[in-house]
Design a protein around this ligand. Structure first.
Ligand code: R1P
Ligand code: URA
Length: 290
C-alpha cells in the first residue's frame, strides 16, 4: 500500500516548497551539512565554487552549491532536537516523496548528512578547540521514543548500561542511543578527531548540569556521565542535536554523523566564546571528506 499524505500531514507551500524549510525538491543536494547557527551557513558556503540557490525561513537558512565539484546543501537547524524532527522529516519528504502524487517515490534515496556544531567537552582529552566525532549519541531529548521502530535502530544494551551507571531517574524521560553511520564516521573522523559518545540534551543549562539560580534534580549527574565507559569509549561531549540527527536518519535510511568543536570544557571550567573563526578548519575537513 502506497499511502497518500494528506495536505495537513505533508504541508506544501503555494510555490511548491516544503512548509518550514521553504526548499523545492530539486533544490536539495544528496550531500547535506547541518549547522545550528544560521550565520554558520555562509561560513560553509563561502568555500563553495558556486551557489545555486539561497533560501531562508525562520531559523532555517539553506544554500545549495558545489564544493570541488560536489553538490552540497548547507542547512541551518536552529537549536534543539525539536527542530531536527522538522528538518529531517522535511528533507526526507523533499528527497523521497513525490509532491504531485503525495506518495512515496518507488526508489528511495539515502542522503549523506553531517552536522557541524559546537559542544561542551567532558573529558581531560577534550580541551577547547578539540574536534569530536560522535560514535553514538545518547539522547536525553525523547524525540525518537515517539517513533515505532525506535528499538530496532537504537543500542539498547548501551542504553541499559548507561541508565544503571548513572542511576537514571524515570521522571527525566527515557534516554535513547542512536549510532552514527560507521562508514561516514571512518571517512570523516580520520585520525584528527577524537571519537566518543555524545550526550544530546533538551537544554543548555539544567540538562547539561549547568546550575545558575535553579537547583538541579541530580547535581551528581555530570560526574557520573564523565566516569561512564562502554566498549572502551567515554562520553566526550554535550550538545543538543546529534541524537535526533542520527536517530531520525537511521529510521529513514539516511547516513548521518555529527562532528563538533569543543567551545567549553566542563571539567577544566574553561570556555571560548570567540570560536566563530576557528570552526572554519573543521568545516573544511568535513567539506573535503563528505
Ligand atoms: C547551544 O549553544 C547550541 O550550540 C550547539 C548546541 O548543540 C546548540 O545548538 O550547536 P550549534 O553550534 O550547531 O548551534
Ligand atoms: N553547545 C552545548 O550544547 N553545550 C556547550 O557546553 C557548548 C556548546
Amino acid at each position: 500500500m502506497n499511502t497518500y499524505f494528506a495536505e495537513s500531514e505533508l504541508i506544501i507551500n503555494g510555490d511548491g516548497s516544503i512548509f518550514h524549510l521553504h526548499l523545492l525538491p530539486e533544490q536539495l543536494a544528496d550531500k547535506v551539512i547541518l549547522v545550528g547557527d544560521p550565520g554558520r551557513v555562509d561560513t560553509v558556503a563561502a568555500h563553495f565554487d558556486e551557489r545555486e540557490c539561497e533560501v531562508n525561513n525562520r531559523e532555517f537558512r539553506a544554500v545549495t552549491g558545489t564544493y570541488k565539484g560536489k553538490r552540497i546543501t548547507v542547512q541551518s537547524t536552529g537549536i534543539g532536537c525539536d527542530n531536527i524532527d522538522i528538518v529531517l522529516n522535511e528533507m526526507d519528504a523533499l528527497a523521497n516523496i513525490d509532491f504531485k502524487t503525495r506518495k512515496a517515490k518507488p526508489e528511495l534515496k539515502s542522503l549523506t548528512i553531517v552536522r557541524v556544531g559546537t559542544c561542551g567537552g567532558l573529558q581531560p582529552e577534550t580541551p577547547t578547540g578539540t574536534y569530536v566525532a560522535t560514535v553514538k549519541s545518547i539522547g536525553f531529548d525523547g524525540l525518537i521514543n515517539f517513533y515505532a521502530d525506535r528499538d530496532k535502530h537504537c543500542d539498547l544494551d548501551l542504553e541499559k548500561a548507561f541508565k544503571k551507571h548513572v542511576g537514571w531517574k524515570d521522571a527525566m524521560g527515557n534516554p535513547y542511543v542512536a549510532p552514527s553511520n560507521t562508514e561516514l564516521l571512518d571517512r570523516i573522523a580520520g585520525d584528527d578527531m577524537v571519537r566518543g559518545y555524545t550526550v544530546a540534551c533538551g537544554g543548555f543549562f539544567g540538562p547539561q548540569g549547568r546550575q545558575l539560580r535553579v537547583p538541579l534534580a541530580d547535581p551528581e549527574l555530570n560526574a557520573k556521565i564523565e566516569s561512564f565507559e562502554y566498549d572502551g569509549l567515554h562520553i566526550t561531549n554535550f550538545e543538543m542535536e546529534s541524537s535526533a540527527v542520527a536517530g531520525m536518519s537511521n529510521l529513514m535510511g539516511h547516513k548521518a554523523l555529527t562532528c563538533c568543536m569543543v567551545i567549553a570544557n566542563r571539567v577544566a571550567k574553561q570556555a571560548n566564546s570567540s570560536y566563530k573563526n576557528s570552526i572554519d578548519d573543521l568545516i573544511v575537513k568535513v567539506l573535503d571528506r563528505i
